[in-house]
Write a protein that binds this ligand. Structure first.
Ligand code: GTP
Ligand code: SPV
Ligand code: MN
Length: 596
């Protein structure tokens, strides 16, 4: 075995090897050569397809098993010692019981496969805010994705040293191979054997049975959100499901914005937005996760712990997100997209045609097939540094100071385009009661509307009531230096079902209003739900919206809002006695304003 200085690491790897019984063990060094060798072997086995070099140099397409296409929230567990620490927002199993079940599954589960050991850093290597993880996996697809999404390699082991701490992340696709057995192109286990498990007291992650996205790339949702959120609560910082961007106004003043929208609700798009208003510039820092700490000057500093984007492909086009289209041009991995006859990739609403190709299930496909060619949760994996508007400070270990928090979701009715909170507690209430219509990012969510506080419902590794308290505590610590809080909804529709707001680059107009609010230069109207701009407070120059639509976009329908109060109350009741008094107080204030 490779000489490893860190005793805990070498013991853990030896223990897992003994349990999972792989054919061989391979330590990843993160090099381009390693990436190429893995891709070559997956090409040889038929697990991937090399795309047209003229269209997408050095890029590959994978097709997953039809049963393994998104995060599985029903199979995701927080195994804290006490059930109450996980809270009603999480699936809980006693950690001893879960380990017994999973140990049986792991027994011999890597037979016939290589066990890869991936040392990775979330955040710039060596930054005081970064964390080291070690993922053990039997999936070469996971390894190549981790190469892009995190910082992998020898430097991580050197930083770890003899006694450094790391977060062990164990992953197996759960499909051992018998001697001579032909491997499938996307091995995985049946749904009832899938487990995405977290042991927050031990900073430990065990994932079994799925090879897709957040189920398998364990640095992302498992480490950087579920485990990190618990660490952040313990240590007084924040781990959030947020994009980070820098907006510069025509006078050169910079604003740093962090926004939490649920999965498939517009983070990647906003992070790379191309402003349609003259003189404004947007630069991307991160598109999914923010880790934030209070700095020496008392302000809140954010880093993006990731190194790549794992973005939703359908809907991405030169019209909606040109920066993403440029980012994914080269060195990218595509999963569950259409393969066109010219070996280019395609997905719905890409803005170009594909007349004939192979769909995500591997079948012949044409636009007349009557089914979507790409899976709605098809994804691209691309290096962050390839984004044309990546911020020069995107990997600055010190982070960027946050001025504005935005919450939001996908609401076809009721919620106006933008609302500013009256104060921190009101803003926390807005985040706590954020709701959204479900998307393809988690197909096992069936409700019409779900409360998804801070877009963290599937990602908060502890009791939601304690998490809300943590937000209040952070506000108390930040005091006057706390970011201002807004709520947005890009997805309101007219009664006829058309989008009222064009979204994407035009969202810059909403961000402009926020920045001007911070500078004391813009007005709005006090409403029962917060401060909402009047049409004349927004810069709508050069847009072709009609007055009726603008009115509808900004409308606060008291009756419709009041009708949601019982649902909010029921949601809070379900969370139980840990819901902070200050949140109940905000609820009462809102109720009073609505019924006054
Ligand atoms: P995750 O990666 O799952 O966390 O998703 P995300 O929050 O990054 O969502 P993303 O930006 O990938 O957007 C998801 C879908 O919403 C895509 O189909 C987009 O085209 C669509 N979308 C994003 N922004 C807007 C917008 O401003 N208006 C409208 N109408 N659609 C949008
Ligand atoms: C999400 O679902 O919020 C994602 C995709 O960003 S995954 O990495 O699969 O969690
Ligand atoms: Mn996400």
């Amino acid at each position: 075995m490779k000489q490893i200085k860190n005793v805990k690491l070498s013991q853990w790897v030896a223990e897992i090897e003994k349990l999972c019984k792989p054919e061989s063990v391979y330590w990843c060094n993160g090099s381009d050569q390693e990436y190429q060798q893995l891709m070559d072997s997956m090409l040889a086995s038929g697990a991937t397809v090399l795309l047209n070099e003229k269209k997408h140099p050095n890029s590959y397409l994978f097709r997953s098993d039809p049963s393994d296409v998104a995060r599985v929230e029903d199979r995701t567990y927080i195994a804290s010692v006490n059930q109450d620490d996980a809270g009603p927002n999480n699936n809980w199993i006693d950690p001893r019981e879960l380990k017994t079940v999973m140990t049986k599954l792991y027994e011999g589960c890597m037979r016939g496969r290589t066990m890869y050991v991936i040392p990775f850093s979330m955040g710039p290597i060596g930054s005081p805010i970064s964390k080291i993880g070690i993922e053990i996996t039997d999936s070469p697809y996971v390894v190549v994705n981790m190469h892009i999404m995190t910082r992998v390699g020898q430097a991580v082991l050197e930083t770890l040293g003899e006694k450094g701490e790391f977060i062990p992340c164990l992953h197996s696709v759960g499909a051992p191979l018998q001697k001579g057995e032909q491997d499938s192109s996307w091995p995985c286990a049946p749904i009832e054997q899938k487990y995405i498990s977290h042991f927050p007291e031990e900073n430990l992650i065990w994932s079994y049975g799925s090879g897709y996205g957040g189920n398998a790339l364990l640095g992302k949702k498992c480490l950087a959100l579920r485990i990190a959120s618990v660490m952040a609560k313990r240590e007084g910082w924040m781990a959030e499901h947020m994009l980070i961007l820098r907006l510069t106004n025509p006078q050169g003043r910079r604003f740093h914005i962090a926004a939490a929208f649920p999965s498939a609700c517009g983070k990647t798009n906003l992070a790379m937005m191309k402003p349609t208003i003259a003189g404004w510039k947007c630069e991307t820092i991160g598109d999914d996760i923010a880790w934030m700490k209070i700095g020496q000057d008392g302000r809140l500093y954010a880093i993006n712990p990731e190194a790549g984007f794992f973005g939703v492909a359908p809907g991405t086009s030169y019209a909606s997100n040109p920066q993403a289209m440029e980012t994914l041009k080269t060195n990218s991995i595509f999963t569950n997209c259409v393969l066109c006859d010219d070996r280019d990739v395609w997905w719905e609403d890409m803005g170009v045609e594909c007349r004939h190709g192979i769909d995500w299930k591997g079948r012949e496909w044409t636009p007349a097939s009557g089914e979507k060619g790409a899976h709605p949760n098809a994804r691209f994996t691309s290096p962050a540094r390839q984004c044309p508007v990546i911020c020069p400070d995107w990997d600055n270990p010190a982070g960027v100071p946050i001025d504005i928090f935005i919450f939001g979701g996908r609401r076809t009715s009721v919620v106006p385009l933008v609302t500013e909170s009256y104060d921190w507690d009101h803003g926390v209430y807005m985040g706590a009661t954020a709701a959204s219509e479900p998307t393809a990012a988690a197909l096992d969510v069936k409700s019409r509307l779900r409360y998804d506080p801070f877009a963290m419902l599937p990602f908060c590794g502890y009791h939601m009531g304690d998490y809300w308290q943590h937000w209040l505590d952070m506000g108390d610590k930040l005091g006057k230096k706390a970011p201002r809080i807004f709520y947005v909804n890009w997805f309101r529709k007219s009664p006829e079902g058309k989008w009222l707001w064009p979204g994407f680059g035009e969202n810059s107009r909403v961000l402009k209003w926020m920045c001007e609010r911070l500078e004391g230069r813009a007005n709005g109207a006090e409403t029962p739900i917060g401060l909402v701009p009047k049409p004349e407070n927004l810069d709508l120059d050069g847009m072709s919206l009609n007055d009726e639509d603008v009115k509808m976009l900004l409308e606060v329908d008291r009756k419709a809002w009041a009708q949601e109060l019982p649902d909010i109350e029921a949601f809070m009741k379900k969370l139980g006695s840990k819901v902070p008094k200050r949140i109940h107080l905000q609820f009462e204030k809102q109720q009073k304003r609505l019924t006054a």
